[in-house]
Design a protein around this ligand. Structure first.
Ligand code: MCA
Ligand code: AMP
Length: 475
C-alpha cells in the first residue's frame, strides 16, 4: 500500500501543484526535496516538524512519511511548556522545517528537551526514494487535549490515514480534477491529514491560503473548500467573499458544529449547501453528508464506508436510532488510531471491552441513519474556533502564575468561535486579566489563551469540593 499515491505515482504535475501561503511547488520538486529529508531522518524515533504553513513544512512532513519515521507536528506558536511536553513525550530527535525558525526553536528548547535542527532546503533534490514503509507503521503522532493533564499523543497508522482519505474521496467525489483550498493550521487532522495528505493522495491541486480569511478563500478559485465553522461564519458575514465561492463544487465544514443559521446563509449566498462531517484526532473523520446525497443543516450525515457507529446509554444499554433519543457515540472502523503514546491508562479508558472507541460526544441517530452531534459529555473539553482545548491544561498554566491561588476554566458560548475560553481566577496578589491571558498564550499555544478572565473571591463548589462549572457558565 502506497500512502502518497498521487505524489509517487506520476499523476499530472504542474509548477504550482501546491501553493502554500503564496509560494509554489510542483509535486516532482516536493518529492525530490522530501527524498533528501527522508535520507537524513532514516532510523530516527520520531521527527518533529515546526508546523508553520509553508512549503518547507510540507516537505518535512513528506520526508518523514517517506522514511517511515512518525511525524510529530509542533504548533508554531506553542510556548515552552507545550513544546517541551510534545518533544519529550514523543521522543522526537530532530526538528525539521524552515531553516532560521527551526534553528531558533531548537536552540531555545535545549535543556528542556533536546532536538537537533533539520533545516529544509528546497534547493536540494534526490531521486532516491526509500522503499514504502509497512502500512501498520505510525504515520503521525498528533497531540490532542483531554479533560485533564497535558495533551496526549495520538498514534495514527499509515493504513488508518489511507483508509480515511479513500473513504472521504468517495463521499465527496474528490478527485485529481479538484483544486482544494483551505487556510487551516498544519498541526491537526483537519489541515494536515485531510488538507495536505488528501491532496497528495488524490492528486488534486492544493492552495493553502496561509490564514483562513474570507478574502483569501474568495481569491483562490478552488473547487473544494475546507473550513471550521468560525471560518464559514466569517465568510457568511462577508457577502462578496461568499458570492465568490459560488463557482466551487463543494464546501465542507468540520471540527465543530456548524450553526444552522450559518448553513442557511452560506446556502443563500453561495448556492451550495455545505457538507458537514464529524471526526476526531483519534478516529479521523468517521461520519459525513455526501456530495451526492442530502445535506441537512444540523446533521453530520452517515458513517463513512467501513465505519460503524452506535449510541450507548449511561447504564450501558443501546439507545434506539429514533432521531430523538440521545446517547454516547461510539465508533469503530478502519480509520481508528493505535492508542495514546505511552499511556496505558488512557488507552484502557478509551475503548469498550468489545473494542468500540468512546468518542465522548453525545448524539442522536435517525431512522434514516443521519447523525446529529448534540454536545460533549464533559464540560472540561472546550472547542474554540475548531481547536480542542482541555480546561485542565489551561487551569494548570494559570496556577503556575505566582499571583494565582486557584482557577477554573469553562467554554462560554461565543458567536464567532463557537465557545470562548473564559477563566475564573482567585488572585493571590495584584494581577490583571490581560496579564493572565498573555501568560497562558506564552506558555501554551496562543489559541488556548482565555479570551476573558473574571477575578473572583471564591469558586462555587459542591460538597465534594468539585468546582460547579455549570454554575460558572450561568454567570
Ligand atoms: C492575539 N494574538 C496573540 C495574543 N492575542 N498572540 C500572543 N499573545 C496574545 N495574548 C495573535 C495571534 O498570535 C494571532 O496572530 C492573532 O492574534 C489572531 O489569533 P487568534 O485571535 O487566536 O485568531 P482567531 O481569529 O481567533 O482564529 C480563528 C481561526 C482559528 C483562524 C478560525 O481558530 C483556527 O485556525 N482554527 C482552526 C482549528 C483547526 O484546524 N482545528 C482542527 C482540529 P497572527 O495573525 O499573526 O497569527 S482537528 C479536528 O477537530 C477533527 C479531527 C476534525 O473534525 O477536524
Ligand atoms: P479534535 O480532538 O480536535 O480532533 O476534536 C474532535 C472533536 O471535535 C469531536 O469529539 C467533536 O466534539 C468535535 N467535532 C468535530 N467535528 C464536529 C462536527 N461536525 N459537529 C460537532 N462536533 C464536531
Amino acid at each position: 500500500m502506497n500512502l502518497l499515491t498521487a505524489l509517487q505515482g506520476g499523476h499530472g504535475d504542474a509548477a504550482d501543484a501546491l501553493r502554500i501561503d503564496g509560494r509554489t511547488l510542483s509535486r516532482e520538486r516536493l518529492l525530490g526535496a522530501a527524498n533528501t529529508v527522508a535520507a537524513r531522518v532514516a532510523g530516527a524515533r520520531a521527527l518533529a516538524v515546526l508546523a508553520r504553513p509553508s512549503v518547507e513544512t510540507v516537505t518535512a512532513v513528506v520526508g518523514g512519511l517517506l522514511a517511515g519515521v512518525p511525524v510529530v507536528p509542533l504548533p508554531p506558536d506553542a510556548g515552552p511548556v507545550e513544546r517541551s511536553h510534545i518533544l519529550r513525550d514523543s521522543g522526537a530527535e530532530l526538528l525539521a522545517g524552515e531553516g532560521p525558525a527551526v534553528k531558533e526553536v531548537a536552540a531555545e528548547i535545549i535543556g528542556a528537551a533536546t532536538v537537533d535542527a533539520l533545516p529544509v532546503d528546497l534547493g536540494e533534490t534526490s531521486a532516491e526514494q526509500p522503499p514504502e514503509p509497512a502500512a501498520e507503521q505510525a504515520a503521525f503522532v498528533l497531540y490532542t487535549s483531554g479533560t485533564t493533564g497535558p495533551p496526549k499523543g495520538v498514534i495514527l497508522s499509515r493504513r488508518a490515514v489511507a483508509a480515511d482519505l479513500d473513504a472521504l474521496a468517495e463521499a465527496w467525489a474528490w478527485t485529481a480534477e479538484d483544486t482544494l483550498v483551505h487556510g487551516l493550521p498544519l498541526f491537526h487532522v483537519h489541515g494536515l491529514v485531510l488538507g495536505v495528505l488528501g491532496a497528495l493522495r488524490t492528486g488534486c491541486r492544493l492552495v493553502h491560503t496561509g490564514r483562513p480569511t474570507p478574502a483569501a478563500y474568495a481569491e483562490a478559485a478552488g473547487t473544494l473548500y475546507f473550513g471550521v465553522p468560525t471560518v464559514w461564519s466569517r465568510i457568511a458575514a462577508d457577502q462578496p467573499a461568499a458570492q465568490a465561492l459560488s463557482g466551487a463544487r463543494l464546501l465542507v465544514s468540520g471540527s465543530a458544529p456548524l450553526p444552522v443559521p450559518v448553513f442557511e446563509k452560506l446556502t443563500t449566498l453561495t448556492g451550495h449547501r455545505p457538507v458537514e462531517r464529524y471526526g476526531m484526532t483519534e478516529t479521523l473523520i468517521t461520519v459525513s453528508t455526501r456530495a451526492a446525497g442530502e445535506r441537512r443543516p444540523g446533521s453530520v450525515g452517515l458513517p463513512l464506508a467501513g465505519t460503524e457507529t452506535r449510541l450507548i446509554a449511561e447504564d450501558g444499554r443501546p439507545v434506539p436510532a429514533d432521531g430523538e433519543s440521545v446517547g454516547d457515540l461510539q465508533v469503530r472502523g478502519p480509520s481508528m488510531f493505535d492508542g495514546y503514546l505511552g499511556n496505558p491508562l488512557a488507552n484502557a479508558e478509551a475503548f469498550t471491552e468489545d473494542g468500540w472507541f468512546r468518542t465522548g460526544d453525545v448524539a442522536t441517530i435517525g431512522p434514516d441513519g443521519f447523525h446529529r452531534i448534540v454536545g460533549r459529555g464533559s464540560v472540561d473539553v472546550i472547542k474554540s474556533g475548531g481547536f480542542k482545548i482541555g480546561a485542565g491544561e489551561v487551569e494548570a498554566a494559570l496556577r503556575d502564575h505566582p499571583a494565582v491561588a486557584d482557577a477554573a476554566v469553562v467554554g462560554a458560548p461565543d458567536a464567532d468561535l463557537g465557545q470562548a475560553v473564559v477563566a475564573f481566577v482567585i488572585p493571590d496578589g495584584p494581577v490583571t486579566g490581560d496579564q493572565l491571558t498573555d501568560f497562558v498564550a506564552q506558555r501554551l499555544s496562543v489559541h488556548k489563551r482565555p479570551r476573558k478572565v473574571v477575578l473572583v473571591e471564591e469558586l462555587p463548589r459542591n460538597a465534594m469540593g468539585k468546582v460547579l462549572k455549570k454554575r460558572l457558565l450561568e454567570e
